[in-house]
Design a protein around this ligand. Structure first.
Ligand code: PMP
Length: 410
């Protein structure tokens, strides 16, 4: 029954294909700007010092065992996660309007939210709503939402001309979307462009979303990793909650704790600001538990225990903030260095976008042809859309990469 007409061979995941090609390359100066994982100045994975400490603490505990976590996950982890993203003094937490479940990192949280919406979000005036993604967005969004059969639409986001936000296009498309549409928003450090709205622009997005009764779904994969400040990176989510929106948040601890493979994340449903909010949160939590049970039974323990140990201890938390500043600071320094080198070389074009964009990624503006040229001639690997992972740059290779880009665009 599984002939090629029924199960055709699917193309390889482009990002993981790129990683494999990089690994095979034997050139000694090769540079990996593909994968979105932090690297230190020696191009090595970095275990956060605070994670090492938390790990040692966990292992010295005589009570450590391998029992199942509850369906909703580790309670002290999910409640600390609420405070982290919504703010410790959030009115939504104070009035018990938040339902939170620990998930398989950010991907699992996006999936749980998508599944919940496909099952339960059918507003009377728009019973089969589409989910609107930024164009472009994290490629996996398309797969995750198609899997649960939610119709997909897009809103303009990136302006190739300014290499910044196409704010007018974005706002117009959100305004034109049918009432009650789902709008997926990157809370900070937009992947793949590195372009975020300003606070004033977020306020206007919220205005239009409220006027059109749209439903916000925030994907937050880089809190603290973008600006170095956990509060600053959570500003947009908190603004929407303050405005009284009912919304979803997918929270990942992959990047900000460097817990990539441990799959620590959290999903939050925040009920609207009305009096029935607490009751809604209880009912929604009960249904989310059923979805979670059928999909994963219960989430993995190790990463959540590490994160929880840090989130719930003031001294470790302060150390974590310091580690976050180390990572975001190194990335910002590499943005400065790359821009400065390109400008010093007189590389055709403008390069201010490299320092204006934020977070793990930069959309360089290189064409697919230029991307292939730097890969073939200089062994510098980036995705075909011209996205580079800033974490792949370091003091030892930034000049080399700038020279490669310079040759490719001339
Ligand atoms: N959303 C976005 C926008 C991302 O960039 C990522 C990480 N690449 C994720 C979600 C989720 O990643 P993870 O499942 O590793 O937490």
């Amino acid at each position: 029954p599984f002939g090629a007409d029924v199960v055709p061979k699917a193309p390889e995941d482009p990002l993981f294909g790129l990683m494999a090609a990089y690994r095979k390359d034997t050139f000694d100066k090769k540079v990996d700007l593909g994968i979105g994982a932090y690297r230190d100045d020696n191009a090595k994975p970095w275990v956060l010092p605070v994670v090492k400490k938390a790990d040692a603490l966990l292992h010295s505990s005589p009570d450590l065992n391998h029992e199942y976590l509850p369906i909703a996950g580790l309670a002290e982890f999910t409640s600390a996660s609420q405070k982290l993203i919504l703010g410790a003094d959030s009115p939504a937490i104070a009035s018990s309007r938040v339902a939170s479940l620990q998930t398989i990192s950010g991907t699992g949280a996006v999936h749980l939210g998508a599944l919940f919406l496909s099952k339960f979000y059918h507003p009377a005036h728009n019973p089969n709503p589409s989910v609107y993604f930024s164009a472009p967005t994290w490629a996996n969004h398309h797969q995750i939402f198609s899997n649960v059969k939610l119709p997909i639409a897009t809103y303009p986001y990136f302006s190739p001309k300014t290499r910044g936000l196409d704010f007018d296009g974005m706002l117009a498309a959100i305004e034109a979307a049918p009432r009650g549409s789902i709008v997926l928003l990157h809370a900070c450090a937009h992947n793949p462009t590195g372009v975020d709205p300003t606070r004033e622009q977020w306020r206007q997005i919220a205005d239009v979303m409220a006027a059109r009764a749209h439903f916000p779904f925030f994907d937050c994969a880089y809190q603290g990793f973008a600006s170095g400040s956990l509060d600053r990176d959570a500003w947009a989510v908190r603004h929407f909650v303050e405005r009284g929106f009912e919304l979803l948040v997918a929270q990942s601890y992959a990047k900000n704790f460097g817990l990539y493979g441990e799959r620590a994340g959290c999903f939050h449903f925040v009920a609207g600001a009305g009096a029935e909010g607490a009751d809604t949160a209880v009912r929604v939590a009960s249904q989310l538990a059923i979805l979670q049970r059928s999909e994963i039974s219960n989430p993995p323990a190790y990463g959540a225990r590490i994160a929880s140990a840090v989130l719930n201890d003031a001294a470790l938390f302060a150390e974590w903030e310091d580690n976050l500043r180390t990572m975001s600071g190194r990335i910002m320094a590499m943005r400065e260095a790359l821009r400065a080198k390109l400008e010093a070389l007189g590389t055709p074009g403008t390069w201010n976008h490299v320092t204006e964009q934020i977070g793990m990624f930069s959309f360089t503006g290189l064409t697919e042809k230029q991307v292939l040229a730097v890969r073939e001639k200089d062994h510098v690997y980036m995705t075909k859309n011209g996205r580079i992972s800033m974490a792949g740059l370091n003091t030892g290779n930034v000049d080399y990469v700038a020279n490669a880009i310079d040759r490719a665009v001339r």
